[in-house]
Each structure stands twice: as C-alpha cells, then as structure tokens.
Write a protein that binds this ligand. Structure first.
Ligand code: SAH
Ligand code: MG
Length: 197
C-alpha cells in the first residue's frame, strides 16, 4: 500500500490533482482513532488518496466517497482495488449535490473536500446524515493563504472562490447548531460538531 500511495502522490503532481496535505490527513487519521469513527462520508474523492488513508486509520472504518469526474472516479476505483480496500470503501460516481443517499445512512464523520465554492451547500445537505456526536471536517479552509485577504485580490475566479470560502467560515462561525474549531495545519481544516441537546 505504501508504494501505491507514493505512486498516487506522483500522479497527483503530474496531473494536477489537489490531494490533501500530509499534516492534514495525519490529523484526520488521528481524529478517526481518538473518536472511534466507524462510518465516513467523503465529498470529493479525486483519485482516492484521502479516502484510502482514512479507511486505513483503523480496522473497522468504512468510507463512502462521492466523485463527479469520470477520469478521477475510474482512477479512484483502480487505486482502491490495488490497495485491497474494496470491502471498506464504496465509491459513488455522481455529483454530490444530486446524489440521493438513503435516509437511514448515518456517518460519524463527514469530510467535505469537493468544489470549494459550494461548501455551505454540501454542509447543509449532508448534516442530516451525521450521527449524534459526529463531526464535519472541511479541508482547504485557508485556500493557500488567500482566505481572509480576498479584498487584496483582483476580480476573477480566484477572488470569487476565496470570497465563498470566507462566506463558509462566517456561516460556520454564526451557526447555532454546530460549534466549529479552525485548525491551522496543511491548507486549513475546520471541525464542526453539533451541540449536545
Ligand atoms: N479528497 C481528495 C481530494 C479531492 S479534490 C484527496 O484529498 O485525496 C476535489 C474533488 O472533488 C475533485 O476531484 C472534483 O472532481 C470533486 N468534486 C467537486 N465538486 C463535486 C461535486 N459537487 N460532487 C462530487 N465531486 C465533486
Ligand atoms: Mg483538499
């Protein structure tokens, strides 16, 4: 598996696939162990790098992951098989905003790592699938250090993306239902936990 992961890192560099930073995935794997996470939903599989690492955090972890890009989905399937993880990982080829998950599916962890401009939509859609005591972790909250500095950017795609991530951060900070902690490692993570009733 080690070798396969190195190969995936290489592929990601060559094909410009934005896989998670090492520090961030190490943090998440640790979180999975410490909170005894069993079922994970991932939005944005890409080639399955974070998926495979999350699934390998401990024995009884199962990951459902959603990817809308066909090439990446195929690559993800291939990598999951090569790592012998098909029993622990279910890869869904669909747009996460269109997918219909069965209402009785519940997850201990939801990892949001797809289109950065749609974070709030993903959060609002998938929070119903979170188990009591579960957490929603979001990646790329700092977006290469641009977040918090959108006013210094010229108008364009980058600026509009950064403004949306800033909007997501405000949404999390002002959320009455969830408490969010922001962690400044890798490209920035947020961890949102629902208040106890
Ligand atoms: N989690 C991966 C990286 C994901 S990159 C890792 O760290 O290894 C983000 C991925 O989300 C891209 O492959 C993109 O195709 C996918 N994506 C973006 N918007 C999506 C959506 N609405 N539904 C499903 N996948 C989406
Ligand atoms: Mg990411």
């Amino acid at each position: 598996m080690r070798e396969k992961l190195l190969e995936m890192e290489q592929y990601a560099i060559e094909k410009n696939v934005p896989i998670i930073e090492k520090q961030s995935i190490a943090f998440i794997m640790n979180y999975i162990k410490e909170h005894n996470i069993k079922n994970i939903l991932e939005i944005g599989s890409a080639i399955g790098y974070s998926t495979i690492l999350m699934a390998s955090a401990k024995e009884d972890v199962y990951v459902t992951t959603i990817e809308r890009d066909e090439t990446r989905y195929m690559e993800c399937l291939k990598n999951v098989k090569a790592c012998d993880m098909d029993k622990k990982i279910n890869v869904v080829y669909q747009d996460a905003l269109e997918v219909n998950l069965s209402n009785d599916l519940k997850f201990d962890l939801i990892f949001i790592d797809a289109a950065k401009g749609q974070y709030t939509k993903f959060f609002e859609k998938f929070k119903y699938f979170l188990n009591e005591g579960g957490a929603i972790i979001t990646d790329n909250i700092n977006f290469h250090g641009y977040v918090g500095h959108s006013d210094e950017l010229e108008n364009g795609n980058l600026k509009s993306l950064v403004v949306k991530i800033e909007g997501y951060i405000d949404f999390l900070k002002n959320n009455d239902e969830f408490d969010t902690e922001f962690i400044n490692i890798g490209d920035g993570l947020s961890i949102s936990v629902r208040h106890e009733k």
